[in-house]
Ligand binder design. Structure first.
Ligand code: SF4
Length: 336
């Protein structure tokens, strides 16, 4: 296949960016699909979404590049220049970061432009014309970002002016209704795509509440602290003490992967039960509170004293005995 032009597409695997991919391919554009991985987004390479991404890109004869954002993501979680959306989602700063990476790949690949599946007015926080322009200007890609689904509502971009893509065959979609996209999907034979809500954990209200609790009580949080928000039940024992209790075997195993030598792990001694992580002030009354919560979620009998062991890999070890707190009592400390 001889291509007349080459583009870098920010590709999430969702319906909109899949449509953008099809539109570009239908205009004989060579597309490099760029997928981002963060601790909160696309982090599971075994997921259906990720498999779909690989399948779609291969089917259309395109190339896939992935970029893994980890520590680099932390500053925008700590103090995003453009603030958060309705939960813990710093979408505008996140898009700027992604766009900067896309620009770098565009230059390395000698591509002509960048494209996205963004739809004007679909997300009130980040997809207004003002913010789309702001994202492009902060990433220094003004005029180089084609948004095929809403192009006819946006100023003409350089690739359109140069005739690298045919503006007449682009679209003028605006707003949240997906009707036009669904019709378009039919015409391209696209049948398998994730729901619009799926994807980024940072947009989920429950995650947002945990994140706000972390930010308010520990403004110097680390990336690990934010990753741990994904697992278990979180209990705020007091202003500087929090515990996390795994909800199942998978979560227990995941949580343990992030434990550092000084982190305190705790568990019921003689009965099966979850893994607990203890962060905060080491004081007997607080440890006992944490112990009573983990006993409540264990297989131990509830009306007798149960041993709970707290330890870390450095030198800390303490065994305390306590009864289980009632589940209603534990819920009073739950961050929900
Ligand atoms: S939804 Fe998540 S991945 Fe998407 S722009 Fe917002 S913060 Fe970034």
């Amino acid at each position: 296949m001889v291509y007349k032009t080459k583009a870098i597409l920010l590709y999430s695997g969702g319906l909109d960016s899949t449509l953008a991919l099809h539109i570009l391919v239908s205009q004989n554009v060579e597309v490099i699909a760029l997928t981002f991985i963060t601790p909160f987004y696309n982090y599971n390479r075994e997921s259906k979404v990720f498999k779909n991404i690989i399948g779609t890109v291969e089917r259309l004869g395109c190339r896939l590049k992935t970029i893994n954002l980890q520590e680099e993501y932390l500053p925008i979680l700590k103090s995003p220049k453009y603030g958060f959306g309705s939960a813990a989602n710093p979408c505008i700063d996140c898009r700027i970061l992604m766009m900067k990476h896309a620009k770098k790949i565009m230059e390395e690949e000698k591509a002509d432009f960048i494209a996205t599946g963004e739809v004007l007015g679909q997300r009130p926080f980040s997809q207004t014309i003002t913010y789309l322009k702001r994202i492009d200007s902060e990433a220094d890609v003004e005029g180089l970002v084609l948004r095929p689904l809403s192009a006819k509502l946006l100023p003409e971009t350089i690739p359109e002016k140069l005739g690298l893509v045919d503006r007449e065959r682009l679209f003028g979609i605006r707003g949240k209704s997906r009707k036009v996209q669904l019709d378009l999907a039919k015409s391209f034979g696209i049948t398998d795509y994730p729901s619009p809500a799926g994807g980024c954990l940072l947009t989920e209200p429950a995650f947002g509440r945990r994140f706000n609790d972390l930010k308010n009580h520990n403004p110097n949080f680390s990336l690990k602290d934010t990753i741990l928000l994904k697992f278990g039940r979180h209990f705020r024992i007091n202003d500087d003490t929090k515990v996390i209790i795994g909800r199942n075997k998978e979560e227990n195993e995941e949580m343990i992967k992030y434990v550092e030598p000084e982190d305190i792990v705790f568990e019921v001694v003689e009965y099966k039960g979850p893994v607990g992580l203890y962060f905060g002030r080491v004081e007997e009354s607080l440890l006992l509170r944490a112990a009573s919560i983990i006993v409540a979620y264990s297989k131990a009998p509830k009306n007798t004293l149960i041993k709970v062991r707290f330890y870390n890999k450095v030198s800390f070890e303490k065994i305390l005995e306590t009864n289980a707190i009632s589940l209603e009592g534990a819920h009073l400390f739950l961050i929900k």
